[in-house]
Design a protein around this ligand. Sequence first.
Ligand code: NDP
Ligand code: 8X3
Length: 260
Amino acid sequence: MARTVFITGASSGIGEAAARAFAEEGYRLVIAGRRHERLKTLKRELEADFAAEILVLSFDIRDRFQCEAAVESMPEEFADIDILVNNAGLAAGLERIDEGDPMDWDAMIDTNIKGLLYVTRVIANKMIQRGAGHIVNIGSIAGTQPYPDGGVYCGTKHAVHALSQSMRMDFLGFGVKVTEIRPGMAETEFSLVRFHGDQEAADEVYSGITPLTGDDVADAILWAVQQPAHVNISEIVITPQQQANAYCVSRGKREENGGE
Ligand code: NDP
Ligand code: 8X3
């Protein structure tokens, strides 16, 4: 029987790429996000390309009651979630703490931490009852490497790192695996969202490098969940070849940037 995967933030970027990768492998999919039309278009595409079974759930992950109602609304054939990919998230703004916008902070904290918790709580509960499941949390290199002007985003991803470790201990003995994937720079809508729609600023982030794509991260997610039953992949850190960590990026060819 096909396994069922629930992906939050499937309307773009890493989540959308993961949906495509899982559909191609024959999984049954629940794809979630706020942008209903995008999710419906993706559903049609994956049904046509891979004859995949897809359920669209449109809700705002920041709202606990919407999260619970969405999960409870799933028809029987989708209700037994084998894999949860906690991917929905964002960065909003890039500035010093004293200049930060508290509305941006709320969006990041409510989505990246509280939203992840709300969805995990209801789905993990069902996994524990069934004695099986796999939760994949999309963290970030920012989850272990705080950088200037990104304090709140980095704080939320540090929380994802801590929560992933706690979940792994909480669910030990219940047959539920937990994997945290921490990507570096991936070119998705991430920077466009961070800079509030400023495309030029978003493009600048990736100038002179070949960033990760959503597909690269999706490959890592798929690999982690396809390991044998007795194997748990705890963490994967994945960056572009030109990014060593949150602080060191080599833009352009070595000879063009003085070998830095
Ligand atoms: P995108 O902006 O392309 O995708 C973000 C997804 O999150 C969208 O599908 C969006 O859906 C969803 N989302 C955001 N807010 C909400 C909300 N309130 N309710 C429901 N869904 C929401 O960015 P990425 O694909 O890059 O980001 C995915 C994850 O990867 C994030 O957690 C991000 O922090 C992480 N990450 C990204 C990196 C990068 O460089 N791109 C690197 C490291 C980690 P919608 O707007 O339709 O609701
Ligand atoms: C996104 C990667 O380095 O911009 O989480 O924080 S980074």
